[in-house]
Design a protein around this ligand. Structure first.
Ligand code: BG6
Length: 487
């Protein structure tokens, strides 16, 4: 395959993300032949492991994720481990020596992917050392892959960005937003730009509103410590939700090259109507789950959570674009923990037809056309139309045209991480977030966070396992709309 040979140096190799997502993804890429024989992985972390312990760990993580285990021993033989202290130059010198050895052994051409799967407070230190201690000084490429959170507000994100930019160019920085690796999120552009049917209608003349829902059934689990500092706004809205909004709102790119797509996304972010401290509550509402049925704990009773916490576990909001295409069309978003179901989906609601010649039985209203994009767990598209009710001359009945992506080949639908790692190796940054997108989404979100910090909420305001607070429904009602059902 066209994937170049490369060495992956993984920081945080003993961590949860590596175990749950990265090793299984690398294995799948390997099985599909996307990793040439020229690949090697150095895992680093504080723990005093050696190659054998590490390889067993990788093997176990792969075996827990898939039934297929062919070539697993051959696969793990490419993995190496070094204990590492992120702030100690000696550690980097040892790393450099091993990296150079592996370069020769596997003919990797000096190509390196530095993958930081760990707490962001170390990103700057690591990036500095990688440069100062000569790890980036090779013939091949040197790319930095980093996980969220990218800062916790605009100033901290800026600081972090300046730190990593001392050692890496923007073009070599791959900021992960794993939603961009999801098959159906990537499908948004194909649906929009590969069909004659939608793009002509994709504007304020024909669309009345767009709704994006990402609901989770899980609570905050063991992540209370982190979540207390983030809440749903910074955990989900600043990144995943606004990324989906920008893909729906952007203008057609002149090509599918990463630069061209990201330029249009940035323009979309720039045309989002900014909020002010005074207007935040007209556009955004928040919720926090209280105790629910079957002994489900309220958020304030969870591990490492302040019993009087003001942290939101639910956000609903309205994003407006002040541009020619979208003026007047609300983009509603909502996301929450401890909802009745796990689901991410986009509903594009079209405007009503100018006059209606038909009617429906029992004075039911004619339904608007909807285009529903199912992101997860189902993957597909449903188009809601009206058709004639059989045997009735003047009556209509709603019908649905559905396409299910999962019909294709469930086993081979690549996981988000698998695609993103593959993209980073190939040097395709389309589905990573550019600094300008990160900065613009933080400045949008910072105002909301500040308004909410200043004002204590009446929490909890929805029981665990339910659809969220009443205020969320009212947000749409005041515009004459309602949320289409989550399921
Ligand atoms: C992560 C958040 O970025 O996304 C988590 O930190 C959240 O809190 C997760 O659960 C949701 O991702 P997915 O792919 O399960 O929808």
């Amino acid at each position: 395959s066209e994937t170049p040979s490369a060495l992956t140096i993984l920081f945080g190799a003993t961590g949860d993300l590596a175990k749950r997502k990265l090793y299984p993804s690398l294995y799948r890429l390997y099985r599909k032949g996307h990793l040439s024989s020229g690949f090697a992985v150095i895992g680093t972390a504080r723990r005093e492991w050696d190659n054998d312990i590490f390889r067993e760990h990788v093997k176990k993580s792969v075996m827990e994720s898939t039934a297929v285990q062919e070539q697993i021993d051959e696969f793990i033989s490419h993995f190496y481990y070094l204990p590492h202290d992120v702030s100690d130059s000696d550690s980097y010198v040892a790393l450099r020596t091993l990296a150079n050895d592996l370069d020769n052994k596997y003919a990797l051409g000096g190509n390196r992917l530095f993958y930081l799967a760990m707490a962001p407070e170390f990103f700057g230190t690591i990036a500095d050392h990688l440069k100062e201690d000569g790890l980036t000084d090779t013939e091949g490429f040197g790319r930095l892959v980093i996980e969220k959170p990218f800062g916790h507000d605009l100033p901290s994100a800026q600081e972090l960005n300046e730190q990593i930019r001392r050692s890496f160019d923007e073009k070599d920085i791959y900021r992960i937003d794993h939603y961009l690796g999801k098959e159906m999120v990537q499908n948004i552009e194909a649906i929009r730009f590969a069909n004659a049917l939608f793009e002509p209608l994709w504007n304020n003349r024909y669309i009345s509103n767009i709704q994006i829902t990402s609901s989770e059934t899980l609570g905050v689990e063991e992540r209370g410590g982190y979540y207390e500092t983030s809440g749903a706004l910074k955990d989900m809205v600043q990144n995943h939700m606004l990324q989906m909004v920008s893909l729906l709102a952007m203008e057609p790119p002149i090509s599918l090259q990463d630069d061209d797509i990201r330029r249009e996304k940035v323009r979309a972010f720039r045309s989002m109507r900014p909020l002010t401290l005074e207007t935040v509550n007209d556009y955004f509402v928040r919720g926090q789950y209280g105790p629910g049925e079957d002994g489900m704990l309220g958020y304030r009773e969870e591990l490492n959570v302040n019993p009087e916490s003001n942290t939101e576990t639910y956000v609903a909001g309205k994003v407006m674009f002040d541009n020619f295409r979208w003026a007047g069309v609300p983009f509603y978003i909502r996301t929450g923990k401890r909802m009745p179901l796990k689901s991410t989906k986009i509903v594009v609601q079209f405007k009503d037809i100018p006059m209606n010649l038909y009617y429906r039985p029992d004075d039911q209203e004619m339904e608007p056309n909807l285009l529903v994009i199912h992101i997860q767990p189902e993957e597909g598209i449903t188009l809601h139309l009206n058709a004639k009710r059989a045997g009735h001359q003047l009556q209509t009945t709603p019908v649905k045209l559905s396409y299910a992506n999962s019909g294709v080949d469930v086993m081979n639908t690549p996981e988000a991480y698998e695609k993103l790692i593959h993209d980073a190796m190939r040097g395709d940054s389309t589905n990573f977030t550019h600094w300008d997108e990160v900065a613009l989404s933080w400045s949008f979100v910072d105002v909301i966070a500040e308004a909410w910090r200043n004002e204590k909420a009446a929490f909890p305001n929805y029981p665990a396992g339910t659809k969220g607070p009443k205020a969320s429904d009212e947000l749409l009602e005041k515009d004459g709309f309602f949320w289409w059902p989550m399921n």
